[in-house]
Design a protein around this ligand. Structure first.
Ligand SMILES: [Zn+2]
Ligand SMILES: [Zn+2]
Ligand SMILES: [Zn+2]
Length: 158
C-alpha cells in the first residue's frame, strides 16, 4: 500500500545530498536530467545557513540555476520545478503575504512570521512533530506544517 506523501514523509531526515534526492526521483519513476540536477544543487546551496534558509522564490531559483547553467531556460526551470514537486522531492511554502518559496522536501520546516516586523522564525522540528502527532491523534488529520506560515508576534514585538 503506497501512502500519499504527507508531512511525515516530507520531514523525514532522508535525502541529505543531491545524489540522495536524485535516487528518490528515479525511485518515483522520474528521469535524472541535467536541469533537475542543477535545480537541486541550487536548492541545497540556498539551504546553507550563510546563504539563506533554503527559501527561494521561483524567479530567485531560476536566477540561481542560470548562474550555474546559462543554457537552461527559465521555462525549463519552472516546468521541472512542477515535476519535482509532483514527485514529492521539492515543496513550496507560503511565507506571509509574499510569493511562494521552494525548498527541498527533506529539509522542509515550518515558520512563524511576525505580523508587526516581518521577522521569520524557523519553527523547531520537535514542536512541529508534537503538533502533527496531536492533530493526527485528536482529529485524524495529517498536517503539512511547512506549507503555510503561522502568523503572530515575535518576542521583540509583543
Ligand atoms: Zn516582530
Ligand atoms: Zn525556513
Ligand atoms: Zn501552496
Amino acid at each position: 500500500v503506497s501512502k500519499p506523501l504527507s508531512a511525515q514523509t516530507a520531514l523525514a531526515p532522508a535525502a541529505s545530498t543531491v545524489e540522495d534526492v536524485l535516487a528518490l526521483v528515479r525511485a518515483r519513476g522520474g528521469r535524472v536530467t541535467s536541469p533537475r540536477r542543477v535545480i537541486l544543487e541550487a536548492l541545497f546551496e540556498a539551504a546553507q545557513p550563510r546563504v539563506g534558509a533554503g527559501h527561494l522564490t521561483a524567479p530567485q531559483l531560476a536566477e540561481a540555476v542560470h548562474h550555474r547553467a546559462p543554457d537552461v531556460h527559465m521555462s525549463t526551470v519552472y516546468r521541472n520545478l512542477d515535476d519535482l514537486q509532483r514527485m514529492g522531492v521539492v515543496v513550496h511554502s507560503h511565507m506571509g503575504h509574499g510569493p511562494a518559496t521552494y525548498q527541498l522536501a527533506s529539509l522542509a520546516h515550518a515558520h512563524f512570521i511576525c505580523e508587526a516586523c516581518g521577522a521569520t522564525v524557523e519553527a523547531p522540528e520537535t514542536l512541529v512533530r508534537e503538533l502533527a502527532r496531536e492533530a493526527q491523534t485528536e482529529l485524524g488529520f495529517s498536517i503539512d506544517p511547512y506549507h503555510f506560515a503561522i502568523l503572530g508576534r515575535c518576542a521583540a514585538c509583543q
